[in-house]
Design a protein around this ligand. Structure first.
Ligand SMILES: CSC[C@H]1O[C@@H](n2cnc3c(O)ncnc32)[C@H](O)[C@@H]1O
Ligand SMILES: [Zn+2]
Length: 439
């Protein structure tokens, strides 16, 4: 008999690997932060003495969701500028507001507010890109979330850094100081081809090669951005990235709504991951990412929400459903992106894109115990033929009852264990008053 930390007895387990698998009568054993075993529920108590044992008779256990593209502190700008196209939204509203308000305390409070929303929505890992990444990294680790932190670069000054060299230097110092935290990993995060010069991208590519770090970037978000880039540089942004040597398995190209067949083939050949943000793309009318064609070509497609100022939430359940529905409409094919594929995009594919595919994203022994429980016991989930279909097409984030990251429970019966709800409400109201009064 082996003493372990936790045994969970759910009704179902959807491990995501192998894809489409639904297990019944199986218990999940967790020890020292990692998944130790999946074994028959009647055998588990004979083999393991658990310090904590949990019966979840109407629940499905899943790997925690991976939100592969966020700007978390922008939670404080939720609903601030709606119903605008990307460039007017950014240039006339968001960038001036960020220039006025973004500070250490803005990023701290916005990221904490986002962390609470993520945990309550079953997200256990994020890939974030925002100013003051030192503050967001510490806030996310303190909340207990797993995070890939962007060492951001943009060719204009902000409260965080003065120029590209300063952004890079500060990012590298941050990575060096926190890279041994088991919850944190670091990637380069040049904002976009239209805001970061070729010289800076060349430098980032060399650094990324040297440090074996991923690169997280907005690419081909809108048709207008491509036309403008062609006028200025005589080629499409993706061609430019290819010439600079950035197309590789290290690259997470976010949005990708404008892609021809040759570009899809090139992404597949070079191993680039695409991060699809269906709801942000719909709200800003940015275009449609051809996810079914990308998947068929062998491209790893992950899912992200983008920031709460363009989405306007961090709900990965809704994002999975939107991704599955939109893919069918775009491909004119009802079989495009079935439920199990949407779930893989929101879990394992996200983990792979970030470079954490061996550590999280599926319920496999040896991986971190990043696990969520979804309650499928209520009327809205009946009758239940297939839990994966129910989760993707008919469930909401309010059904997430419990969340663990690295075996630590961050949500218990929908109560946050690491964040103070009243304090978060007070800080959100503080920022709303400040920003609204000045506006
Ligand atoms: C350098 S920090 C990130 C920077 O990106 C801005 N941003 C937020 N959403 C989007 C988007 O959909 N496309 C391009 N840029 C975006 C954010 O406001 C920050 O300035
Ligand atoms: Zn974005």
């Amino acid at each position: 008999m082996q003493t372990i930390d936790t045994l969970i007895f759910p009704r179902w387990i959807v491990p995501v690997e192998p894809e489409g698998t639904v297990l019944e009568g199986i218990a999940l054993a967790i020890d020292q932060g990692r998944i130790l075993d999946l074994l028959p529920a009647d055998v588990a108590p004979l083999r393991y003495a658990a310090r904590q044992s949990l019966q979840l008779p109407t629940h499905c256990l899943l790997p925690g969701l991976v939100n592969a593209h966020t700007h978390l502190a922008m939670n404080l700008l939720r609903g601030f500028a709606d119903d605008l196209p990307l460039m007017r939204w950014l240039q006339e509203h968001i960038w001036p507001t960020e220039a006025r308000w973004v500070s250490e305390s803005f990023v701290h409070d916005g990221t904490q507010l986002a962390a609470a929303e993520l945990i309550r929505g079953g997200v256990t890992c994020v890939n974030d890109m925002y100013f003051f990444p030192d503050v967001s990294a510490r806030a996310l680790a303190a909340a207990g979330l797993r995070a890939s932190i962007g060492m951001i670069v943009i060719e204009f000054p902000s409260a965080w850094a003065t120029d590209a060299e300063d952004y890079l230097a500060k990012g590298l110092v941050l990575r060096e100081s926190l890279r041994h935290d088991p919850l944190l990993s670091f990637c380069f995060a040049p904002h976009a081809p239209y805001t970061v010069s070729a010289a800076t991208l060349t430098r980032i590519r060399a650094l990324a090669d040297e440090l074996d770090a991923p690169i997280h970037m907005h690419v081909h978000e809108t048709a207008g951005e491509i036309t403008q880039f062609e006028q200025a540089h005589g080629c499409r942004p993706l061609q430019q990235l290819d010439r600079l040597g950035l197309l590789s398995p290290a690259l997470m190209a976010v949005h990708m709504t404008q892609l021809d067949d040759a570009e899809i083939a090139r992404l597949a050949d070079t191993g680039v991951s695409v991060v699809h943000c269906p709801e942000s793309n719909l709200k800003l009318a940015s275009g449609f990412c051809p996810t079914a064609r990308l998947d068929a070509a062998g491209v790893n497609v992950a899912l992200g929400t983008d920031g709460a100022a363009s989405n306007n939430d961090l709900d990965m359940f809704s994002e999975m459903r939107s991704a599955a529905l939109l893919a069918k409409a775009v491909a004119n094919d009802a079989s495009a992106v079935p439920a199990h594929q949407a779930l893989r995009m929101a879990t394992l594919n996200g983990a792979r894109a970030i470079g954490l595919g061996a550590q999280t994203g599926s319920l496999v022994p040896g991986k971190w115990a990043d696990v969520i429980a979804v309650d499928l016991g209520d009327l809205e989930s009946q009758p239940l033929f297939n839990p994966i279909s129910q989760i993707v097409y008919a469930s909401g984030r309010h059904q997430v009852s419990d969340v663990w990251v690295g075996g630590r429970q961050l949500l218990r019966h929908r109560e946050l264990t690491t964040l103070d709800r009243e304090m978060l409400l007070a800080r959100a109201e503080h920022w709303r008053t400040q920003i609204a009064t000045a506006h």
